[in-house]
Structures are given as C-alpha cells and as structure tokens.
Design a protein around this ligand. Structure first.
Ligand code: ADP
Ligand code: MG
Length: 376
C-alpha cells in the first residue's frame, strides 16, 4: 500500500501537498552545542515525509505510520499530552505566536528515520511539517526561519532542552555536505564530504531519552564547571588549560571532554578539507574514548558496536554519535566498503546481543525506490 492510499483511507480523500526532511547524524562534536562550541553534522538519506490537506475549520487531525490511531486538537487549544502530537501542537503554537495565519489540516506522517535513536527524527518531523505547512498556507518561510521555528517548538512546547543543531541540519543540510556549525554565533559553513568517504550508521537498538536525568545532569555539570572556571561557557576554555585538572571530579573529566571535543571538530574540518580520511578516523576514535571515559555517556552495547567496527580492516574510525545513553554509532570507512562493513558489524553484534540493530546506508536507501521520495 502506498502512503497516498493510507491518507485517503484515513481521511476519505487524497492529500493536497507533501514535503519531507532528512534525519541527521553528527559526525563529531557531541555535548559541545550547549557549551557554545562546534558541531559537524550531515543529513541522512533517510527522511520523514508528511502529506497534508487543508480543512475549512480550525481542527487538526494527525496520524503517523510509526504511531497507532488518528489524534487531533483545535488550533488555539493546544496542550501538552506527552505523545508525538506534541511536536505538531508545538509547531502550530509557535506559528500562531509568530502571528502566522493558520487553518485546520489533516496530516499523515511516515518516516524511515529511526525514532529515538539520536538521529533526529524529532527535527525531521518538525521541519517536514513546517515545509508542508509553508506550501499549504503559503507561509513564505526561508530555511533559517524553518530551523528557528522548529527549534522553538521543540524547546518551548515539547520541553526538550536541545540545541539548534538538529533543526539547522534537517532544514539546511544534504547528504554530500557536512555543516560546520558554531553553535554560539550560529554561523554555518558547508564542508563538502570527499567522494570516497563512506559512512555507516548503526542504531544500537537502545533508545535514548533526552528528558531523562542524565542529559540534564551533564548540562548542569558543564555549567558548574564553567562557573568555577569563571567563564560564560566551556567554549571559552582552551584545550590544555592547567586549571581543568584542578577542578573537582567529575567536573574535570566533563570539561576535558568538551574542550578537547571542540578542538577535534576543528581538526575534523581540516581533515575533511584535506580529504585525509585516516586523520578523520583517528579523531572519531579519540572522540569515542572521550565520550566513554570522560563524559561517561556511552553504554556497553554501544562500546561493543564501536569495538566490533574498529576490528574491521576497512574501518578508519568509529564513535557514539548524539547525546548518548543509547542511540547510534557512526563508522568511517571508504565508500566502496560501506556495505561489507555494515553487514559484518551487524552480524557480529547480533551474534553477541539479541537486539537487532538497524543499519543505515545510502546504498540500501537508494535501492528502495520509495513512492514518495520527494525533496522539500
Ligand atoms: P530523536 O530525535 O533522536 O529520534 P527524540 O526523543 O528527540 O529522538 O524524538 C523522538 C520523538 O519524536 C518520538 O517519541 C515521537 O514523539 C516524535 N516522532 C519522531 N518521528 C516521528 C514519526 N515518524 N511519527 C510520530 N512521531 C514521531
Ligand atoms: Mg530529537
């Protein structure tokens, strides 16, 4: 059954317009965003797609292939429910707050971005919906405004304390380019990915949850460390600053991760620009060690995936990507080896842990011939 059929089956008529947005993977630079530092994400081939049809009233009806049932609300009466509809309500709440003209609509969402794996299904949903509403209601929003509105929906309405990286890359990124983002100035610099670079992203099958205490605790520790060092944010601390070692633990370890990770992002941009993939791979490895030992956001299942990847002769580097406490790993290899690396690592992982990881690969996606494989 196609997505088009599902919309008609749900709502009794076909959709009026559609839009999509990609998930994203952060190549390097994790837990740096809320410290005013650097990140280097790229868009995934996987996308979230929305189909929409306008209504004559102020009612919103919404369904997702990834969630059961049809849910809804009245525009102007948005209220948090704790479910996925909060992302939709967040978008209409923020659009209304911005004085944008709104009308009711019917929505169907389908996505091949894994949900809750640190690959930004939430921003893909927000950006896809904003792109769809931009078309449906002729809102005339540019990609920067879409990212900003999506970010406000997630932080102000849904209540997830996330930086703007996800929304920026889902709105402005593509698969052949990484975005070097200075999260303090929000200056975005596109960095072309070398054509022979191959990425394999493997979902560990352990879902993360940003609202859990661990993520907030790390943020608080960074703020505490910055206060003790007398700086606004850890971005303002130099790598190798002797005062870092003088901090009480675990603050010294946390600070070392953030400060060195910022430097690694700068080094990764240089490595990419020089098409020096072995150097980039070493940075991936160092970043993983730092996430595991200093920032302590990895898990045994993730460390296992990284170790299995690292044992593969075609792999140049591997690391946990995203906030941690679950989620996915990103593996650097050569484009020609992506399929072999993915299959070998997944087979080895599945033999040890019963959880089925999801492999994410451009070549798999290209073979899918999705009926709604539409650009924005
Ligand atoms: P991530 O962005 O890393 O995937 P989040 O916890 O930030 O994880 O966002 C996941 C949440 O976003 C889901 O629990 C759900 O509420 C919502 N969501 C994302 N994609 C979809 C989808 N295709 N259908 C319904 N809800 C979705
Ligand atoms: Mg998210």
């Amino acid at each position: 059954m196609t997505d088009h059929d599902v919309f008609a089956e749900l709502y009794g008529h076909s959709s009026e317009t559609c839009a999509s947005a990609p998930g994203r993977v952060n190549l390097i630079g994790d837990h740096t965003d809320y410290n005013g530092g650097f990140v280097l994400p790229t868009a995934l081939p996987q996308r979230t797609r929305v189909q929409l049809r306008g209504r004559d009233d102020r009612r919103v009806r919404a369904a997702s292939a990834q969630r059961p049932g049809v849910v809804g609300y009245e525009l102007g009466a948005e209220h948090k429910t704790g479910g996925w509809l909060d992302y939709v309500q967040g978008i209409t709440t923020i659009l209304a707050a911005e004085g944008r003209p709104l009308a009711g609509f019917e929505l169907y969402v389908d996505s091949d971005v894994p949900v809750g794996s640190g690959l930004s299904s939430s921003a893909a949903l927000e950006v896809a919906l904003l792109r769809g509403l931009r078309k449906l209601l002729s809102l005339g929003l540019d990609d920067d405004v879409v990212a900003a509105l999506a970010h406000r929906a997630e932080t102000e309405f849904v209540g997830a304390p996330v930086g703007i990286m996800d929304q920026l890359v889902c709105s402005k990124g593509d698969e052949s380019t990484a975005l070097f983002i200075d999260t303090r100035s929000l200056v975005v610099e596109p960095i072309a990915l070398p054509p022979d670079l191959g990425l394999v992203v493997i979902d560990s099958g352990v879902p993360h949850d940003h609202s859990t205490g661990d993520y907030r605790k790390r943020r608080a520790e960074c703020e505490q460390a910055a206060a003790l060092l007398g700086v606004w944010q850890l971005r303002d601390v130099e790598a190798g600053d002797p005062r870092i070692a003088g901090l009480p633990e675990p603050l010294a370890r946390r600070t070392r991760h953030v400060v060195e990770e910022n430097q690694r992002v700068l080094d990764a941009v240089r490595a990419l620009s020089a098409a020096d993939l072995p150097a980039l791979g070493r940075l991936f490895d160092e970043s993983h060690r730092s996430m595991r030992d200093d920032f302590e956001v990895s898990l045994p299942a993730i460390d296992l995936l990284v170790a299995l990847a690292r044992r593969h002769p075609a792999v140049l580097g591997a690391r946990l990507t995203g906030g941690g406490f679950g989620g996915a790993v990103v593996i650097l290899t050569l484009r020609a080896h992506t399929a072999a690396v993915a299959l070998d690592v997944v087979a080895a992982y599945s033999a040890i842990l019963p959880r089925e990881p999801m492999v994410i690969l451009p070549w798999l996606h290209a073979q899918q011939n999705h009926p709604m494989n539409l650009e924005s």
